[in-house]
Design a protein. Sequence first.
Length: 382
Amino acid sequence: MGATNKIVLDFTSRAMGGGLTFLNNFIINLARVKTDNFYYLFTSSPFKFDLPSNFRIIRVNPLATYEFWKFFWHQFAVKNFIEKEKINLFYGSTGISPFNINCSIVLTLQNLWPFYLSGSSLLSKLEKRSRKLYINKCTNIATFIHFASFASYQEHLSFGLKITNDKARIIPFGISNIFFDKIDSVNSSNYLETLNLKNKKYILFVGNIYRHKNISSLIKAFAIFSREINNEYYLVIAGKIMENNYYRKLLTLINFLSIQNKVIFLGDINYDQLPEIYHAAKLFVFPSALETFGFPMIEAMACRVPQIAADTPIAREICGDASIYFPLYDHERLASLMLTLIADDDLKESLISKGVKRATHFTWEEMARNMLKLFSEAILSK
């Protein structure tokens, strides 16, 4: 960028799931690119990696991550910081920023939660509508808006995001190299034993438990699959419970289908140990109805697991011909495809080969470099 530019990186709401994956991998790779920039990293989560001298980590009170307090924190504390330090660019990783600041603004929109009202309680709907108005206000004043996929951009527009096309920039996320690395079979076996997965044949889903993940369709399909395959396989669900009411409905469904001894909920799994769970799976299924990127789809491809995904624009964009697809919510079709894929070794090998090749296109190094170019473009346009 030439002269030193001061950049605020606001990651205060990145504390779990794909958000934490984004924080860790993006910042590490951004730090590896030599520039004259000086970065102020705002985070409420401890950052466990060493950063170079042109980074300053600013730990923020966890209260600032909550909607009500975050608004005031942005409009007063962050705004004052920007003015005092003469910041050139504010980057918001969750689509929000201070108003009326004298610097360029780049925002990432990754989470469709504020725009998705289906199944929400009245209180949740009010909260989402408030956040949606807030995001629309921030994106209106932003220099550029970053989306991790074209499908995400289109989904946001369809749900009521109001931005002009010239503001949108598509830069895909990446995945960590740990998903491509060779697995230590001894250590992996020990870890799988602690999870009671050693020597089990299982179909895998990875993702936090939300209604829009459409796990109920997978459970219904697995019940059909399990009967046809003589109960030889297990269904393993790895992810943190985010909607308790939905989780309880899943348990009721599992009991109703009499497959309670065949479904295993692992809960939240350490990111570094996810590859071991992927590698041991016989099949990966991603039934989600709403995604902006879908890290697990790429992780499964990198770990050489054949995949079936719901036929959504984002799944097609990410996986291409490296997955087979079922019509969203059609659990009977999903069960049929699961039975077909498990029995067809040639199809499995074809999907694995295509998947590994496709996964290599998603790297954090490339993402960081492209985001730097976007930061530079935003600063120069001011």
